[in-house]
Every structure is written in C-alpha cells, then in structure tokens.
Design a protein. Structure first.
Length: 208
C-alpha cells in the first residue's frame, strides 16, 4: 500500500536547560487524512484506491547535552515516546475484487537515540540529525481485511512492532525575518522494517 497523508496537529511543549544539559517534554493530537491509498492488485497493472482518516495522540520526553565548538555544535540525545493512532475502516474502489479494511488502533512505546548538528549565524542557522528508534512495547490491532460485499471470513494479519527498527533523518534551515518572525524549512524521514515515510514542513514562529 502507498498513501499520501495530510496531518493537522496541535502540540504543547516545555523544556528545561542548565548549562549544556537539557530536558524537553511534548504532547499533542492530530487529525490524519490518508488520501490516494493505492494497492497494486494481483491483476497488475490494475491499481485500487481509497481514502480514510484517523486521529493520533502522543507524548514524548527527551534529554541530551550540547557541545559548543565555536559556531558549530553537536548534541547527542535520547528520548522515549508513547504513540496512539486510531484509523477508520475504508473500502477500495477498482475493477477487481475490492478489499474492505476494518477500523484499526495502533499503540506503542518507543525509545530512540540521535545525534544533532547545528551551525550558522545569529539570523540564519542550519541543522542535520540522524538516529535510530525501536519499540519498547506494542499493543496494536491486527490488520483485518475482507472482500467488499462477500460474507467470507475476514482475514487478520499482525504487524510486529510497527514502530520498531527505524532509521531517523532530519535536515533544515531556520532564519529570522523582521527581527522577531522566525521561519524554518525542514525535512524528516523514517526508514523502517515495515514502512518508510517522508515529511517536509514550513513553520512560522512569532514569540510573544
């Protein structure tokens, strides 16, 4: 399966720093719209499509250190996170046998380690980060699939540790406009055992 995802979220964030040591905490909720879900059927090149939506909630605690090298800094860091996603069921559209996917809940606790590098000037800064994430616990529903309009038994398949074994990558640039308005453009990628994801973001921040 391949899909495009639009996510609209609200996050709260807090942090503490003493010298080179820091701790951050964040929690949030998001609505996820899964558009253009495409599945290549066994009757290739026939492709079935569909769409659905879900709601995600999560919390994250991170700690680490900064090592300033004069205009360039390195930060090793570690984090634990709790993630819960509920996705509505949906049915495919297409000329072959159409699958109907049941509602699904995905819940996991993860841990990660990463190394972040930052540099630049007071007005423009760049960053790059790489790391690895794995699952500590998993309580996710199986993927349940049946044929639309067919009373045959619904098949279920477990996906072991959907958030486990992920390589993390991020890069971006941040700048200040008109003294206070901060603009950042960035990329985040996750490359895992079960799926890859790519996300680009533009963020505007205006301190109060």
């Amino acid at each position: 399966l391949r899909a495009d995802i639009d996510s609209f979220g609200l996050d709260v964030y807090g942090g503490w720093r003493s010298g080179d040591v820091f701790v951050n905490a964040a929690a949030g909720v998001a609505q996820d719209d899964f558009n253009d879900i495409n599945r290549l059927t066994s009757l290739a090149p026939i492709v079935h499509s569909g769409s659905t939506r879900g709601v995600s909630t999560g919390a994250r605690l991170q700690g680490g250190m900064w090592f300033d090298m004069g205009g360039f800094a390195l930060s090793p860091r570690a984090a634990v996170a709790w993630i819960n996603t509920d996705v509505d069921g949906f049915s495919e559209q297409g000329p072959a046998a159409q699958y109907a996917y049941a509602d699904r809940s995905v819940q996991a606790t993860t841990a990660e380690i990463a190394l972040r590098a930052e540099g630049g000037t007071e007005r423009v800064r760049f960053y790059a980060e790489g790391g690895y994430r794995d699952s500590l616990s998993d309580d996710s529903d199986a993927v349940r699939t049946g044929i639309l309009g067919n009373p045959a038994k619904i098949l279920a398949r477990d996906v072991d540790l959907p958030f486990g074994g992920q390589v993390l990558a991020a890069a971006g640039i941040e700048g200040t406009i008109m003294e206070r308005l901060k603009v950042s453009i960035g990329y985040k990628g996750r490359f895992g055992n079960h799926a890859d994801s790519h996300m680009a973001a533009v963020k505007l921040s205006l301190p109060l």
